[in-house]
Design a protein around this ligand. Structure first.
Ligand code: MRU
Length: 344
């Protein structure tokens, strides 16, 4: 097995932000380079960079870029406005705010302090992914079939991933695994990105339609579910990609353990329950149109729905803590009851 999962999905080079262009995968592997904070905001908004941890690092780097670009005679005002602009790119992932806030605190001192803070945030996210992998591996038995939803592999964090981190580790330690990959409409992060990452790591898997998971659970084919998270309230309620909730309900019905893997930066200590988590609504065209590569290798977008219909597109849902077996974090596997204590 290669160690590609240790490679970064977003990084700084020559004082520019480099990131894997996730909208083009799996068809094309390209690097998007951002020279200024507005361009990094654009990358977050258009999901060139996506996945809670990677968005967090992008927000942290954007906050440093803003400090770097700020005019000396209007420094504080400029960075404050930029902070608001970066935070407005995507509302649900707590990591975006964790990243921006940690850099803003240092940006008020100087751009160079902001740079150190941004790099530290990104390094910490990669390190958290690595530890999540080790702790998560301890609860994966040999010959396990795991279901995952959306994309929480190495692309979704700075490195290692969250939900896939334990899977990478288990595979590395020669455990026999099979991963059921929810395609994750409308943007197909499972079919496009998770499947690409599992292929890259040489892990056996199959993409399944979004509505097939409960059936496979009922047939005893799935032994465990691991997903990532975008924001976790202190009571354990968890926002993750739309469709997570129904998987958790089905898992409970069939007695299948359901784990959330996430770094501590995804927990929101200001948020007491899932009701307080803002849920992003995205453009209806993501539902009405689908993008893919035709047989000539050209990437095209096609209408897949009735042209006169409107669509609704909530990007996340909230899974109540009662459906979640445990949270795989960089400090170990914790229960919902322990969260409030940790963040006291
Ligand atoms: O809208 P996305 O693609 O950024 O949503 C991503 C997910 O929901 C992931 O599963 C999530 O970020 C958790 S893992 C970092």
């Amino acid at each position: 097995m290669n160690n590609n999962f240790e490679k970064r999905s977003i990084w700084l080079e020559n004082r520019k932000v480099y990131m894997i262009e996730q909208n083009l995968l799996p068809h094309k592997y390209e690097i998007f380079i951002s020279e200024n904070y507005k361009k990094t905001c654009f990358a977050i908004k258009t999901m060139i960079v996506r996945g809670a941890g990677a968005i967090g690092a992008a927000g942290a780097f954007a906050m440093w870029q803003a400090a770097n670009e700020a005019p000396k005679n209007n420094y504080n005002n400029f960075i404050e406005k930029a902070k608001e602009e970066i935070e407005a790119t995507r509302p649900t992932a707590r990591d975006l705010f964790s990243g921006v806030e940690s850099v803003y605190e240092k940006a008020v001192i100087s751009p160079e302090e902001a740079l150190k803070a941004a790099q530290k945030f990104a390094d910490k996210n990669a390190e958290a992914g690595k530890k999540i992998g080790k702790y998560g591996n301890s609860i994966i038995e040999d010959y396990t079939n795991i279901l995952t939803h959306c994309n929480a592999g190495r692309l979704a964090l700075v490195a290692h991933g969250s939900a896939l981190a334990p899977i990478y580790e288990a595979h590395k330690s020669s455990k026999k695994l099979f991963v059921y990959v929810d395609e994750t409409r409308p943007r197909n992060q499972g079919a496009r990105l998770t499947a690409w990452e599992l292929n890259e790591a040489g892990i056996r898997h199959a993409i399944i339609p979004d509505n097939a998971a409960a059936w496979y659970m009922s047939q005893g084919k799935i032994n465990m579910v691991i997903t990532g998270a975008d924001r976790i309230a202190t009571n354990g309620d968890t926002a993750n990609k739309i469709g997570t909730l129904e998987k958790a309900i089905a898992a409970k019905e069939y007695g299948i353990p359901f784990y959330i893997a996430a770094p501590l930066s995804t927990f929101d200590k200001e948020c007491k329950t899932g009701k307080e988590i803002p849920i992003e609504e995205r453009d209806q065209n993501e539902v009405l149109y689908q993008k893919g590569q035709d047989k000539d290798g050209i990437i095209r977008e096609v209408l897949v729905a009735s042209p006169d219909s409107e669509a609704l597109n909530p990007a996340f849902d909230v899974t109540p803590a009662k459906f979640i077996t445990g949270y795989i974090t960089e400090i170990g596997i914790i229960t919902s009851e322990q969260i409030a204590e940790i963040f006291k």
